[in-house]
Design a protein around this ligand. Structure first.
Ligand SMILES: NC(=O)c1ccc[n+]([C@@H]2O[C@H](COP(=O)([O-])OP(=O)(O)OC[C@H]3O[C@@H](n4cnc5c(N)ncnc54)[C@H](O)[C@@H]3O)[C@@H](O)[C@H]2O)c1
Ligand SMILES: O=C(O)[C@H]1O[C@H](OP(=O)(O)OP(=O)(O)OC[C@H]2O[C@@H](n3ccc(=O)[nH]c3=O)[C@H](O)[C@@H]2O)[C@H](O)[C@@H](O)[C@@H]1O
Length: 346
């Protein structure tokens, strides 16, 4: 049994984790690590799959319902002997034999998670229950991609993991932020009650290639707008802040968390903090100095400031992001230009 350090009150494992499936001890068994990635056809999930597939001892199974993800993100792996892709909705039970579960399945952009809020909360609650049930049955370790949105509109800045948050339970974002809070609760209840090995990452705004062009999140919106010569839409007041992490740094943090001994929750994000107006100015300067910046109405409950305290990630995982926003934007621009078929003017 892996040594496991829980980092908070009441986080102590009361039961040893369930025995892995007897299949693992069978004579014919090939000792590859079998890894399930839910939501693996999405933005972060597909980059995670690329990294996991680099290790020849890993077999990767992706399940996805393609709500916001796409097979195209995984095309380089389709047909690979160590890779399987299953069209499946995590709100339905799943029977597979795996050693690790990266549980990412959930729409992440506000316009998509608000599109069918009941489905979003089902994905977070029933989907996470199903994956925990699977983890319990086969003795797998499970990592949940939670979010900085569990801190709501935070009254503590920067946000540390022991902050309990300031969340509206009945607002239009609640299907997502309260959904993830319940998912975290389920993770810890399965950990305490059934000894499941859990890992929880609280991810802060992540960006990079393969984001949907019309995803609705701010970095992808501004980039697509700048490339298409459309005004950058800064939602009011424009002074709200976010901290943006490049996707390869995020994937590195997720794998370190899964492989390490700490349950979390652990913040993963880049502490560089920008107002939305500053972000728009940066994109304008770097991508299209001619483009206009306009202000538009915001949506309810938009958090006013967000920045991760990553002391725990540094100390417990030896992780910190390497790629600054100004270095990440050109990498994403290249991908967006290719997909949009629009070359740089100069
Ligand atoms: N990108 C970020 O900034 C960010 C920040 C915090 C947390 N997260 C979390 O990370 C995870 C991945 O986010 P992302 O940015 O890659 O989003 P994404 O929308 O690109 O990926 C989510 C994937 O989950 C799939 N999915 C959604 N509902 C499903 C269901 N019911 N069954 C099966 N598959 C389903 C989608 O089709 C998609 O492929 C999510 O859990 C999200 O909450 C992301
Ligand atoms: O990192 C997180 O924890 C969460 O962050 C995001 O939520 P949010 O920060 O609201 O992301 P965006 O939709 O990209 O908005 C960021 C800011 O940009 C602003 N914005 C957005 C879009 C736009 O065109 N213009 C604009 O100014 C919004 O008002 C907001 O203040 C993601 O949507 C969630 O998946 C994720 O869980």
């Amino acid at each position: 049994m892996a040594k496991e350090v829980s980092n908070g009150p009441n986080h102590v494992t009361s039961k040893p984790p369930p025995e892995p499936s007897p299949l693992r001890r069978a004579k014919f068994f090939k000792a590859n690590m079998r890894i399930l990635v839910t939501g693996g056809a999405g933005f972060i999930g597909s980059h995670l799959v690329d990294k996991l597939m680099e290790n020849e001892k890993n077999e990767v199974i992706v399940v996805d319902n393609y709500f916001t993800g796409s097979k195209d993100n995984l095309r380089q792996w389709i047909g690979h002997p160590r890779f399987e892709l299953i069209r499946h909705d995590v709100t339905e039970p799943l029977l597979v034999e795996v050693d690790q579960i990266y549980h990412l399945a959930c729409p992440a952009s506000p316009i998509f998670y608000k599109y069918n809020p009941v489905k979003t909360i089902k994905t977070n609650v029933i989907g996470t229950l199903n994956m925990l049930g699977l983890a319990k049955r086969v003795g797998a370790r499970i990592l949940l991609t939670s979010t900085s949105e569990v801190y709501g509109d935070p009254l503590v800045h920067p946000q540390t993991e022991d902050y309990w948050g300031n969340v509206n339970p009945i607002g239009v974002r609640s299907c997502y932020d309260e959904g993830k809070r319940v998912a975290e609760t389920l993770m810890f209840d399965y950990h305490r009650q059934h000894g499941i090995e859990i890992r929880i990452a609280r991810i802060f705004n992540t960006y990079g290639p393969r984001m949907n062009i019309d995803d609705g999140r701010v970095v992808s919106n501004f980039l697509a707008q700048a490339i298409r010569d459309e005004a950058l839409t800064v939602q009011l007041p424009g002074t709200q802040t976010r901290s943006f992490c490049y996707v390869s740094d995020m994937v590195d943090g997720l794998i370190r968390l899964m492989e390490g001994d700490n349950t979390g929750p652990i913040n993963l994000g880049n502490p560089g903090e920008f107002t939305m107006l500053e972000l728009a100015e940066t994109v304008k300067e770097m991508i299209n100095p001619e483009v206009e910046i306009m202000t538009v109405e915001n949506t309810p409950d938009d958090p006013r400031q967000r920045k991760p305290d990553i002391t725990k990630a540094k100390e417990l995982l030896g992780w910190e992001p390497k790629i600054k926003l100004r270095d990440g934007i050109p990498l994403m621009e290249e991908d967006f230009r290719k997909r949009l078929g629009i070359l740089r003017k100069n």
